[in-house]
Design a protein around this ligand. Structure first.
Ligand SMILES: C[S@@+](CC[C@H](N)C(=O)[O-])C[C@H]1O[C@@H](n2cnc3c(N)ncnc32)[C@H](O)[C@@H]1O
Length: 260
């Protein structure tokens, strides 16, 4: 592990792996299928899944006929990904590595790269995107998907404070526009963006986190705060709290020599 943040991520995801892979927001098969369709990788492509977690996205890519190489900081996540993707034999391989580990250069170039729900855990989103671009062949497609936040900085700040209170490894959520800019700054062209809504149940979401703050405090902060685009709570008739969220998917193409 290269730094304290990576070590904290590995510990957090080793511990939350069983809950994580059952969480509706991660495991929803229709959402996974929409992500694979949005990516539109050419048939037969070999795809890098950066921060593959328990292999849910890998499974969807494999079911669609692709080959995958999954990497993750968490050993527990990698073991779960291996077990989940066993039915696809040597079309899938998994490595307990950081995306930034130079050992990954020996497995490059990839035809495409994808990461879901990882950017809000990284310290430097541009370095994270640029590393994947570096590992792809010219003409390859990079896809990033993540929860979105509000374009107004003070509302994004309030959102971030809640996320950080619930999860010690949370860094920052981006807006849809910032995700698009990220791919542009990483040198990609032909950029496309899609936004969709999803719901979280407050208890399910909080209970698989690594909180800094008490559940009561986070709940109160959420319910008494301003209306945030992409993070809107409502109390349900049974007393549970639903949070209406947004996720973005962005894809871009690495230029070839002749076509930018
Ligand atoms: C929220 S989980 C998402 C898992 C999976 N992508 C999914 O959507 O089901 C984030 C994962 O990214 C991994 N991760 C974060 N930074 C990483 C890095 N630099 N290299 C490899 N894995 C990383 C974490 O260990 C964790 O398993």
């Amino acid at each position: 592990m290269s730094n304290d943040h990576d070590e904290a991520l590995a510990r957090a995801f080793d511990a939350q792996a069983p809950r994580f892979e059952r969480a509706p927001v991660q495991s929803d098969p229709a959402a996974l299928e929409r992500l694979v369709q949005f990516a539109g990788f050419p048939p037969g492509s070999r795809i890098l899944d950066a921060g593959c977690g328990p292999g849910l996205v890998c499974g969807a890519l494999l079911a669609a006929g692709y080959r995958v190489v999954g990497v993750d900081l968490s050993r527990e996540m990698i073991e779960r990904a291996r077990r989940r993707c066993e039915p696809w034999g040597d079309r899938a391989e998994f490595h307990h590595l950081s995306l930034f580990d130079t050992a990954l250069d020996d497995l490059a170039p990839f035809d495409g790269a994808l990461s879901r729900y990882v950017v809000h855990h990284v310290i430097d989103p541009l370095a994270f995107a640029a590393r994947q671009v570096h590992l792809m062949r010219a003409g390859g497609t990079l896809v990033i998907s993540d929860h979105l936040t509000d374009p107004q900085p003070e509302l994004a700040g309030h959102h971030e404070a809640i996320e950080r209170a619930r999860d010690q490894t949370h860094t920052t959520n981006l807006t849809g526009g910032q995700l698009v800019d990220l791919l542009y700054r990483a040198g990609l062209g032909q950029i496309a963006f899609l936004e969709e809504s999803f719901e979280l149940d407050f208890d399910e979401w909080f209970d698989r986190g690594t909180p800094r703050d008490s559940k009561d405090h986070v709940r109160a902060k959420l319910l008494t705060g301003p209306a945030i685009r992409g993070f809107r709570p409502s109390v349900q008739p049974d007393g549970s709290i639903r949070i209406d969220c947004l996720r973005g998917m962005v894809r871009g193409r690495k230029p070839t020599e002749n076509a930018p």
